[in-house]
Write a protein that binds this ligand. Structure first.
Ligand code: ADP
Length: 451
């Protein structure tokens, strides 16, 4: 049967469609390796960006790989800071400015840059532009005709811009533009994160520097104060000795010529001199604690305690105190004289801060953990309210009973400083009316360990 015209037209149409299909398929087949290469390079850029740490490294990682996909001759990534008016070349070169250079924004800004995200500007031929900025004029004079710029807003005042220049006319097709846009996007996100990280590091470094400076200033001020305290206390001792000496002489030599009232006055002077003497010697002890070089050695706790008790023998007898020392008392690492002074001060307080008519009772014993030894000094005294238990260790802190219990308020400050210089710590557990349990914790001597 002969074929009708309609039929042959349909066949023609089918053939044509088939041909078009073939062409598209051929084109797609041809484009496939290119697309593959694009994907691979973009992934590679992504990986490199992730590995990079600074904004400059990130920009460099992207630019160096982008040349595989886009035919440019000159490229740069520039970071604009609208707040400072500065432009930092992160990677590549622009207008002879290499990476790392900071210039005024006006020197580089090539287009009327809008502060909008992903602003794209493509010029097929710079020579055809009616108006050219100084930068574009210079690029043209170097034989560059095509120009592509993509800007991305990073923060309110921060914008990155990717610049590409090529000598050919209309060098960047739609695909190049899409790639450039994609890379610029990745860059902006990575740069934003790097900026935040860099900012955080700057803050941290600044903070550290400030802390170091303040600590140094504090240490210096402290040292000056120590020297001052030491000098003043020391210099006060001599005139005080003179006052004491001559007052005693007055009392001795002119005794018969001074009436009872006068003798009372003189006794008051002597009492005050005595108090001042104690205060000065406490202050000197306190400042001495931080001045001497401390060599920590193995020390027998029992020997230190016995020496302290011998020192306090007069007071202990005067107050009819009972002191019970319970072994075992291990060896510790400490400075003998300092530790002895600290223990003596604690025992002295333990027998002093007792209610009238109560016989002082002190119990001394040690607890050993793996590396530390805790020495307890317990009394049956008046006790300390929990709110005051921290402040009594500061210099001159006394708890409002100064009339009944004389003192300078330096005893526990000396204890704390002495113990801290022995690399230990000190504290108290107490309830009003139920006595106090002071403790000193020190490093255990290696020779005890494992016993
Ligand atoms: P001082 O004994 O010269 O006043 P300290 O620094 O030794 O100075 O003591 C500070 C204050 O802590 C004392 O004034 C006292 O109120 C209180 N305190 C110290 N030890 C005891 C204790 N064992 N029992 C009760 N209160 C104490």
């Amino acid at each position: 049967m002969a074929m009708s015209t309609v039929d042959s037209n349909v066949i023609d149409l089918i053939k044509m469609a088939g041909d078009r299909d073939m062409t598209e398929r051929k084109q797609a087949k041809k484009a496939l390796p290119r697309l593959n290469q694009r994907l691979k390079t973009l992934q590679d850029i992504n990986r490199a960006i992730l590995k990079a740490e600074s904004s400059q490294e990130i920009a460099h990682a992207a630019l160096s790989r982008m040349s595989r996909l886009i035919p440019y001759q000159e490229a740069a990534v520039v970071l604009y800071n609208f707040e400072t008016g500065e432009a930092l070349v992160l990677a590549g070169t622009i207008d002879n400015q290499p990476a790392g250079t900071t210039v005024s924004m006006n020197d580089i800004l090539s287009t009327e840059v809008l502060r909008q995200q992903e602003q794209i500007c493509y010029v097929k031929d710079i020579a055809a532009l009616e108006y050219r900025t100084i930068l574009l004029e210079r690029q043209l004079s170097q034989g560059l005709h095509s120009f592509l710029a993509i800007s991305s807003l990073i923060e309110e005042n921060l914008m990155s811009e990717l610049y590409l220049f090529a000598p050919q006319l209309a060098a960047f097709n739609l695909e190049h533009q899409a790639i450039a846009r994609e890379v610029a996007n990745q860059l902006a996100v990575a740069i934003q994160q790097a900026q935040l990280w860099e900012q955080l590091q700057r803050y941290a470094a600044e903070l550290e520097q400030r802390v170091t400076q303040r600590t140094a200033a504090l240490v210096e001020a402290n040292q000056e104060l120590e020297v001052f305290t030491h000098t003043v206390s020391h210099d006060l001792q001599a005139p005080l000795r003179t006052i004491q000496g001559f007052t005693e002489l007055l009392l001795k030599k002119y005794n018969d010529r001074i009436d009872a009232n006068g003798q009372n006055y003189i006794q008051t002077i002597l009492n005050s001199v005595q108090k001042l003497n104690t205060l000065i010697s406490d202050l000197l002890d306190y400042s001495q604690m931080s001045r001497v070089t401390v060599n920590l050695r193995e020390v027998e706790l029992s020997t230190v305690i016995n020496t302290a008790l011998a020192l306090l023998d007069f007071d202990l007898q005067a107050r009819n105190a009972i002191v019970r020392v319970t072994p075992p008392l291990p060896k510790v690492t400490a400075h003998f004289a300092m530790l002895m002074q600290a223990i003596a001060n604690l025992i002295s307080n333990a027998i002093k801060y007792v209610a009238p008519n109560v016989q002082p009772e002190v119990h001394i014993y040690a607890q050993t953990t793996q590396e530390r030894v805790r020495l307890w000094i317990e009394d049956n005294g008046i006790g300390i309210h929990p709110r005051n238990q921290e402040r009594i260790f500061r210099p001159f802190e006394r708890l409002g009973l100064s009339k009944i219990y004389p003192g300078t308020g330096m005893g526990l400050a000396i204890v704390r400083r002495a113990v801290e210089r022995c690399e230990g710590s000190v504290g108290v557990i107490s309830t009003i009316g139920e006595g106090s349990r002071f403790w000193i914790e020190l490093p255990q001597s290696e020779h005890n360990q494992g016993l």
